[in-house]
Design a binder for this molecule. Structure first.
Ligand SMILES: Nc1ncnc2c1ncn2[C@@H]1O[C@H](COP(=O)(O)OP(=O)(O)O)[C@@H](O)[C@H]1O
Ligand SMILES: [Mg+2]
Length: 198
């Protein structure tokens, strides 16, 4: 289990507290319009989002990881290649939906932080979509299992995210759509029951 500032040593308790805090923080980000002034599609902005969401929880909030990490069978970018990868991702174009999805997939492959990449990178993606296409993802309509499967496959083939999963909508219907940071009711029951993070 990761060392945390809250001194919680039970992983399901940590997951619950973390979910509450990051949702509160995400709401603050949007309510105070803190995101509007940030440059979209850069690692600096992702760092800012991560630091803001996780500052009360982890010492490494907003800091790139210094250990190699994997999920399932996939090992994210090795630490020794992480900084050059992030510099290259910054330069990737973001003019069309295809380009934006490609950039999102590369940022996920980089997985710059020790933990909390999913939540912060989905907000980062939404900012790009909003600015470039005047659209956002309605995360309430995204099924958690489909989403995770698509992300698992994305390093090889990203069309699933693009075509089947991330339907972009002109505007969020309400604030909760971003706060659900992945995947509606099903996501919540899964999170609580199985302690999977999305
Ligand atoms: N096997 C995998 N291959 C590629 N990406 C994955 C895989 N499993 C999960 N992911 C991505 O990583 C995210 C979880 O990363 P993590 O750092 O734990 O963030 P969080 O704690 O916010 O959920 C998922 O939301 C998904 O986007
Ligand atoms: Mg996690």
């Amino acid at each position: 289990m990761l060392k945390n500032k809250l001194n919680i040593d039970n992983s399901s308790e940590l997951a619950n507290v973390k979910e509450k805090i990051t949702k509160k923080k995400a709401l603050e980000l949007f309510d105070k319009k803190m995101l509007e002034t940030l440059e979209t599609g850069t690692f600096e902005t992702l760092k800012y989002i991560h630091k803001f969401l996780f500052d009360e929880i982890y010492d490494f909030a907003g800091k790139t990881r210094n250990e190699n990490i994997a999920k399932g069978n996939f090992r994210f970018t090795p630490v020794m290649y992480l900084n050059p990868a992030l510099e290259n991702i910054d330069k990737m174009p973001q003019n069309t939906l295809d380009e934006i999805i490609e950039k999102y997939v590369e940022m996920n492959v980089a997985h710059p932080f020790r933990e909390g990449n999913g939540r912060s990178t989905r907000i980062w993606l939404d900012l790009i979509l909003k600015k470039e296409l005047k659209k956002v993802v309605d995360w309430n309509k995204v099924d958690k299992d489909d989403y995770l499967l698509a992300m698992e496959r994305s390093p090889i083939r990203d069309v699933e995210i693009n075509n089947d999963l991330i339907n972009v909508y002109p505007q969020p219907r309400n604030k909760t759509n971003i706060l659900d940071l992945g995947c509606g009711k099903k996501f919540h029951s899964n999170l609580i029951n199985s302690n999977i993070s999305c």
